[in-house]
Design a protein around this ligand. Structure first.
Ligand SMILES: [Fe+2]
Length: 578
């Protein structure tokens, strides 16, 4: 019998959020998105620096990598592709426009990885495997869905030991992700990854366009959905998906005449005001998306009648839908890949190739990026800051929570960088959720983003059920829950327009420092949570201490904590920023 490879490097590239991941033995030891290193949001080309980080973290040389697992299989569904191309000749043009000119052989050679065996893993199989490590022993049903990858937009499967058995594929042109992206574009949010803005906006609307949304996408009889191909003529007009300036770009692909007649409103331009009709359209698309998501889960449960479901793919980042899965479907336990989007498929490809049970190093699903030794900080900009010294971690925590209580905003840089789009307390900006004006203050002064965007909370796992309805364990901040009525007034800065809040469950076992910090705040205020927003300002989440100091200096945060050191701006620096 052939032995299984011990050291496997997973890579994902050629679409948004290129990444790399490394498995050694039965451990997922490292994973990171390339954007964090080169500072280009949603970077889509080859993940050189993420690969180098993974190898250096494990202290191995490229020559030791036995297999490079590539989450990309261009000849996937080839029979279907050929059949569709014969019927719709424009699809051949589409294949050309979406072809990314990256030579895998050349890129691997540059990194001295030419000696490793290359194994390709289909996009959605990699998505499914990207959540297999979350609970490897459980009997789990799996769902992935997104825009498109390797000609597929979704899949379902069931666990068979550590393996996943695929039950169905949802293939091009039908795609739930395409539907949500089209509405995102119609609402005037043109950038790759803007879908979460529609989700945030939906809380301000009523679903008065729901019938129209059901015209655009409907539930399939069997597993899947059907897109209205008159509204989205993607079989006849090539879909324009390109990589520009190393970032993915998708041009609007809806039929303008059809959409304006159906909706009775014109597409919003990015700088136009956001009107009530736009909020209502966002809400309608969100409700329709939830109907479809629940439909897919109900179909999955009828095939795999288990308690536990694991979900991945870009659509799994719809945290409003995720928070209601237990309430609205037969599943009682929900596991969400921390990097559900395409960054996660480097992990999934590596796990699929490993063909054994895998657990994360450090036992936290999403803390797999680089860490830095605070005693080796060599940052000239630190001279612009005042350092505060503490005799213990306990006194640092006590000082930090006193400052938070007084309305101060803290940048926290601690331990390993997060893998996935959510900051989980290691590269986070923290604030007091009790201050009514804190949301506007953070949006305007620190994050420089739209005022409608809500803030999430990091909550001590032990107390979350006292504050949120139907709450479940959400360690990577992947679910939104309703705040209990009697608690709204206590935490106004994290209660969204529809009384909801996205939360991260913080466990003492996996995040002891962060847990102690929030617990100290709880002891002083009675509130077991903090506002947690990602440590960045219209850029990828900070990676290095240098990134953190630069971001801190350019924002109106009050203090910066790096490990067990705390820094504040000197009076002269504060004047410059203010
Ligand atoms: Fe995907």
């Amino acid at each position: 019998m052939k032995s299984k490879p011990n050291i496997i490097l997973g890579i994902s590239y050629g679409h948004g959020d290129s990444s790399a991941a490394l498995i050694i033995g039965d451990k997922l030891v490292a994973a990171a998105e390339e954007e964090r290193f080169n500072r280009i949001k949603h970077y889509a080309l080859f993940p050189d620096q993420a690969i180098r980080y993974c190898l250096s973290h494990a202290k191995i040389s490229p020559e030791q990598v036995e297999v490079v697992a590539v989450a990309k299989k261009p000849w996937n569904q080839i029979h279907r592709k050929i059949a569709l191309a014969l019927k719709h000749p424009n699809l051949i043009k589409q294949a050309k426009t979406s072809d990314v000119k990256i030579s895998l052989t050349k890129e691997l050679k540059k990194l001295n990885l030419s000696g490793s065996k290359v194994v390709r893993v289909e996009h959605h199989l990699a998505h499914l495997y990207s959540c297999r490590y979350l609970d490897p022993k459980s009997d789990t049903a799996f769902l992935s869905f997104d825009g498109l990858g390797d000609f597929v937009s979704g899949s379902i499967g069931k666990s068979n030991g550590h393996r996943i058995e695929i039950l169905e594929w949802l293939v091009f042109p039908h795609s739930v992700g395409f539907f949500y992206t089209a509405i995102t574009q119609y609402l005037g949010f043109p950038h790759f990854g803007d879908e979460f803005k529609v989700m945030g906006l939906s809380s301000f609307g009523t679903p008065r366009y729901l019938a129209e949304m059901r015209n655009l996408i409907r539930k399939g009889e069997q597993f899947g959905v059907k897109l209205n191909l008159e509204a989205f003529p993607i079989l006849n007009k090539p879909l324009s998906y390109n990589i520009e300036n190393a970032q993915p770009k998708i041009l609007p692909f809806y039929n303008l005449n059809y959409m304006t007649q159906l909706l009775g409103i014109q597409p919003r331009k990015p700088k136009d005001a956001i009107l009530q009709c736009h909020k209502d359209l966002a809400k309608s698309a969100q409700v329709c998306f939830e109907e479809i998501g629940n439909h897919l889960l109900n179909q999955l449960h009828s095939r795999v009648p288990t308690q536990s479901v694991a979900i991945a793919g870009g659509c799994a980042h719809n945290s409003v839908w995720v928070g209601q899965i237990v309430k609205n479907t037969p599943f009682k336990k929900v596991l969400v890949a921390p990097a559900s989007h395409d960054a996660g498929i480097s992990v999934g490809a590596a796990i699929a190739v490993a063909d054994r049970e895998i657990s994360p190093e450090g036992n936290h699903w999403g803390l797999l990026g680089p860490s830095f030794d605070e005693n080796q900080l060599s940052i000239p900009e630190l001279n612009e800051l005042e350092e505060k010294s503490f005799d213990s971690e306990k006194s640092l925590i006590s000082w930090a929570t006193d400052e938070l209580k007084q309305g101060k905003i803290l940048g926290l840089f601690s331990g390993r960088m997060e893998f996935g789009p959510r900051a989980l307390g290691n590269r986070s900006i923290l604030a007091d959720p009790r201050h009514p004006d804190m949301k506007d203050k953070l949006n305007a002064r620190v994050k420089h983003r739209e005022s409608f965007r809500p803030f999430a909370a990091s909550v001590l796992e032990e107390y979350q059920a006292d504050w949120f309805q139907d709450v479940f364990y959400s360690p990577t901040m992947e679910a939104v829950f309703q705040v209990k009525n009697e608690k709204h007034a206590e935490i106004p800065a994290v209660v969204h327009a529809d009384n909801s809040c996205r939360i991260q469950s913080v466990s003492k076992a996996t995040q002891p420092f962060y847990w102690e910090l929030i617990d100290s705040f709880r002891k002083k205020t009675g509130v077991p949570m903090l506002i947690n927003t990602s440590f960045n300002d219209c850029e990828p989440i900070v990676c290095t201490p240098q990134d953190a100091v630069r971001c801190f200096l350019n924002s109106e945060m009050d203090h910066l904590i790096i490990g067990t050191k705390a820094f504040s701006k000197k009076a002269a620096t504060m004047k410059m920023v203010g």
